[in-house]
Design a protein around this ligand. Sequence first.
Ligand SMILES: *[C@@H]1O[C@H](CO)[C@@H](O)[C@H](O)[C@H]1NC(C)=O
Ligand SMILES: *[C@@H]1O[C@H](CO)[C@@H](O)[C@H](O)[C@H]1NC(C)=O
Ligand SMILES: *[C@@H]1O[C@H](CO)[C@@H](O)[C@H](O)[C@H]1NC(C)=O
Ligand SMILES: *[C@@H]1O[C@H](CO)[C@@H](O)[C@H](O)[C@H]1NC(C)=O
Ligand SMILES: *[C@@H]1O[C@H](CO)[C@@H](O)[C@H](O)[C@H]1NC(C)=O
Length: 228
Amino acid sequence: MVNKSCCFEWIIALGFLLLAAAVSSKNHGNQANDLIDIINTNRTSKRLPQLNNNPGLGCIALQYIKECRGNCSENNTVNCKPSENDFTEIFAPNCGVELPTFGTISGLVIGCQQKHLDPPEAFSRVLIHNKKTLSVIQNKTHTEVGVGIIRAKKHKGPYFWCAFFGSNKKNSTFVLDDLGKGIEQKEGCYSGSGISCSSGERSCNFVSVINCLWTFTFCFLLVGRTIM
Ligand SMILES: *[C@@H]1O[C@H](CO)[C@@H](O)[C@H](O)[C@H]1NC(C)=O
Ligand SMILES: *[C@@H]1O[C@H](CO)[C@@H](O)[C@H](O)[C@H]1NC(C)=O
Ligand SMILES: *[C@@H]1O[C@H](CO)[C@@H](O)[C@H](O)[C@H]1NC(C)=O
Ligand SMILES: *[C@@H]1O[C@H](CO)[C@@H](O)[C@H](O)[C@H]1NC(C)=O
Ligand SMILES: *[C@@H]1O[C@H](CO)[C@@H](O)[C@H](O)[C@H]1NC(C)=O
């Protein structure tokens, strides 16, 4: 009798553990890809063609904001001008973008915020900063896009979002070496990589920590009851 009920309780506890695992894995998506979906939805509503999600371009965008991560101004604009040479001498090699495939960049939008924003908010509050940035996003010339997201420092500082647009033939430029894998990035997120990543936000980690604590408390109580 005692054995039966404790078995049942363990099954429930296991269920909660699995639930916690599912919740925490769900939180490790790629917000850069979410932003591209939002950009494309917005373009579609204006009858503009959808943009190709180019991982090499996304990685270049990530390198660009990495260099600008100290330059978030009070009005959430990024005051930063990396030199032209950095693109081919630093950004491309850091990503593993094959140099002969380096294409044309036809526009970029960059912004920062002190706190982390979910992709829809980042789109409307950071990327669509004013009429000028909206016209960049809705420009007819673009064919492809890449997005990078990073936090200034690992555990503090403002967040940066950056979208790069290209006007090249699809899938022929910003090609990543190693059969499209490129060089693994240790920090930040970029679109198209298919790798889940963290843009450094605290809220998601917080949710999984709470979930874990909750599960452990539950298990602990159950064990206590079983022993008594
Ligand atoms: C596209 O973005 C603009 C600027 O934020 C907004 O006014 C418009 O409603 C958006 N369209 C859609 C369909 O989300
Ligand atoms: C934002 O601040 C920078 C300097 O901190 C200034 O150059 C720029 O004009 C400001 N932009 C707006 C839209 O106020
Ligand atoms: C960032 O801002 C500092 C101070 O204004 C400036 O010296 C530096 O050149 C900026 N960085 C870039 C990459 O533009
Ligand atoms: C669209 O982008 C191209 C390339 O950067 C630029 O020459 C053109 O002026 C832009 N068009 C609009 C309407 O902003
Ligand atoms: C480009 O590559 C993507 C992903 O590999 C694929 O879905 C898309 O069809 C390709 N586009 C063209 C024009 O080849």
